[in-house]
Design a protein around this ligand. Structure first.
Ligand SMILES: Cc1cc2nc3c(=O)[nH]c(=O)nc-3n(C[C@H](O)[C@H](O)[C@H](O)COP(=O)(O)OP(=O)(O)OC[C@H]3O[C@@H](n4cnc5c(N)ncnc54)[C@H](O)[C@@H]3O)c2cc1C
Ligand SMILES: *[C@@H]1O[C@H](CO)[C@@H](O)[C@H](O)[C@H]1NC(C)=O
Ligand SMILES: *[C@@H]1O[C@H](CO)[C@@H](O)[C@H](O)[C@H]1NC(C)=O
Ligand SMILES: *[C@@H]1O[C@H](CO)[C@@H](O)[C@H](O)[C@H]1NC(C)=O
Ligand SMILES: *[C@@H]1O[C@H](CO)[C@@H](O)[C@H](O)[C@H]1NC(C)=O
Ligand SMILES: *[C@@H]1O[C@H](CO)[C@@H](O)[C@H](O)[C@H]1NC(C)=O
Ligand SMILES: *[C@@H]1O[C@H](CO)[C@@H](O)[C@H](O)[C@H]1NC(C)=O
Length: 491
């Protein structure tokens, strides 16, 4: 037994918090002791610099406060198999972390359990024979885009550089989505370790095609993906300025922006067009300073006015529109890698008349005003999901979200709390829950699991919810994941 584990065993009574569950605690220790023996102390850590760095890396400060019993740093899929077998046999709690950007508390880490952290598995490569992109789960989008650009290809991945591949398992909203579907619609083949440690390769046509579909939206519930093979999109290199667009920043005109957004969501269905509308308040003393950010791109030589004219005609305080390569497009929002704040997400989904969007804005403004003392920034963001995106996904075999055709906007309600706030205050939680009731999803629309609150009923909102539940019980008949890991509810 390595010394560190012996010390941990000796410390058991002191480490057990007052309300600690002995069964949970002992199970985690059993799994960690076994894993230290099987994989060695460099891959399995219970303290020290790698352990501390991994903990501190969680993007949401609330997730940086968990202290896993041990952290496993796999470098191969078989390490993950060994880890899950030990977790399963010991009936230990566990969690998985890739890019670390979950806002949901406990969805990418664990107290009294085993954390599998993919930070040492982050290769991204291009296979020209299969015309595929191969990603290891620990890669971040900025690294993947940079590694693949010389080959003139890009993955349908995230819009912010420091985010990781967990995005794919939630569906994934990309600058390329209007033409290619949700990021997950571009899966070709996945290597998956099931809860019991069995490893399988899943595709759209093999014996595991049901699991393949469930992994397109099922989040962390359906197994641990150790290798992604994705369709490559031929976006060109840094020199190929085949896109046009950039960012416009506004300090007022919220109503005009909401009108333009409502109309875009209802009417625009061009796979070459993409926008992200982020209504942001920066809290400066007693003031909410509006910074309304619209990112807009067209895969062509200009921004057609029949698509973007409403936005272009609103007076902005700054604008950097111009020709861009896809590499530039993918980098426009930067890394988003600041740490040290409590972060909270919530989701809605809207399509409809101008008033629907303006009401959402007004409720959010009232909420932001009422609780501003808690926030560093507060954001209401709209990602249009056009019909072209939904149809592209269906043409590629379909996902488990199974959104209705016609187009809508995924709505993200996001607060970054002030430095120094470590827990979401109870009154703010009441305000957040009220805000969700004030901005309910339009009937029949799915919520986005990557940008939700942990209490929101995301799976229940999927078009294929019943199928999702059946697939879950087939691959995890003992409901091990649901009992031993935090993540989306409803299974
Ligand atoms: C700044 C920021 C920008 C964002 N931008 C976008 C965007 O442009 N488009 C978009 O769609 N979403 C976006 N998101 C949301 C994003 O999709 C989710 O936060 C996503 O969960 C992040 O994945 P991750 O790997 O970084 O995080 P992690 O917290 O590491 O993982 C997220 C979840 O997936 C699970 N998971 C991760 N890897 C695996 C695996 N290999 N096998 C099984 N389960 C796994 C984890 O356990 C966790 O529950 C953004 C989030 C942030 C914070
Ligand atoms: C302890 O945890 C185990 C496993 O999660 C659970 O089955 C049991 O009910 C818990 N016991 C208590 C007292 O919370
Ligand atoms: C990434 O994977 C490719 C393809 O397997 C391989 O050629 C390359 O050496 C790997 N890179 C690293 C840094 O491991
Ligand atoms: C927004 O749209 C509504 C409904 O069409 C209209 O009455 C209102 O004048 C518009 N406001 C702005 C600023 O464009
Ligand atoms: C916002 O608050 C103001 C003042 O308290 C109130 O008059 C208004 O009706 C509220 N609007 C919404 C949409 O809740
Ligand atoms: C808000 O966060 C940004 C970084 O995200 C930081 O630069 C700024 O100081 C923060 N402001 C406050 C008021 O905490
Ligand atoms: C693991 O679980 C899968 C799905 O339930 C099952 O098919 C497989 O036989 C199990 N493997 C082992 C070793 O029990």
């Amino acid at each position: 037994m390595p010394a560190s584990i012996r010390i941990l065993v000796a410390l058991v009574p002191t480490l057990c918090a007052a309300q600690s569950n002995e069964t949970t605690h002992d199970a985690a220790l059993t799994a960690c002791n076994q894993l230290a023996g099987l994989l060695g102390s460099s891959l399995v850590q219970t303290s020290g610099p790698s352990y501390e760095t991994a903990i501190a890396n969680a993007w949401n400060l609330q997730n940086a406060e968990f202290q896993p019993t041990c952290i496993v740093f796999p470098t191969t899929s078989s390490h993950v198999q060994v880890a899950m077998k030990a977790v399963y046999d010991a009936k230990s709690h566990y969690a998985v972390q890739s890019g670390s950007h979950s806002a949901m508390k406990g969805w990418n880490t664990v107290q009294e359990g085993v954390l599998i952290d993919f930070k040492n598995m982050r290769n991204a490569s291009y296979d020209p024979v299969r015309d595929s992109i191969i990603l290891e789960p620990g890669v971040h989008w900025q690294e993947a885009v940079a590694a693949l650009e010389p080959f003139g290809v890009a993955p349908v991945g995230g819009r912010v550089g420091d985010v990781g591949t967990g995005l794919l398992l939630g569906g994934g909203l990309s600058w390329l989505s209007p033409s290619q579907g949700y990021a997950a619609d571009n899966f070709k083949e996945l290597d998956v370790v099931l809860v019991n440690g069995s490893a399988i390769t899943v595709t759209a046509t093999n014996a595991y095609s049901d699991l393949f579909r469930a992994l397109k939206g099922g989040g962390n519930r359906f197994g641990i993906v150790t290798r992604y093979e994705l369709s490559a999109v031929h976006t060109g290199t840094k020199d190929d300025q085949t896109w046009f667009g950039g960012q416009m920043i506004f300090d007022s005109s919220a109503e005009a922006l909401m009108n333009a957004t409502a109309r875009y969501v209802r009417e625009v269905d061009d796979p070459k067009a993409v926008i992200l509308v982020s209504m942001i308040y920066i809290v400066a003393g007693e003031d909410l300073v509006p910074v309304y950010l619209v990112v807009l791109f067209y895969n062509g030589p200009n921004l057609p006015t029949d698509i973007f004219g409403d936005f272009l005609s609103i007076p902005s305080v700054s604008s950097d529109l111009g020709p861009r390569s896809y590499f530039d497009v993918a980098g426009i929002l930067g890394l988003g890698n600041e740490r040290g704040f409590v972060q909270h997400f919530g989701a809605s989904a809207l399509v409809g008349e101008e008033n629907l969007f303006l009401d959402a804005f007004n409720h959010w403004t009232n909420f932001s005003t009422a609780y501003k003392d808690n926030f560093n920034t507060t954001t209401l963001a709209f990602t249009p999901i056009p019909d072209s995106q939904i149809q592209a996904g269906r043409a590629k075999g379909g996902n488990i979200i199974n959104a209705p055709g016609g187009g809508f906007a995924a709505v993200q309600i996001y607060q970054q709390f002030k430095a120094g706030i470590n827990v979401i205050p109870a009154d703010v939680k009441v305000g957040i829950d009220r805000l969700f009731k004030q901005i309910p999803p339009s009937p029949g629309l799915p919520l986005y699991v990557g940008e939700c609150d942990s209490d929101q009923k995301v799976f229940e909102s999927y078009g294929d919810y019943e199928l999702l539940k059946r697939i879950y019980s087939k691959y995890d008949p003992e409901r091990f994941n649901v009992k031993h890991s935090l993540g989306p509810g409803g299974l």
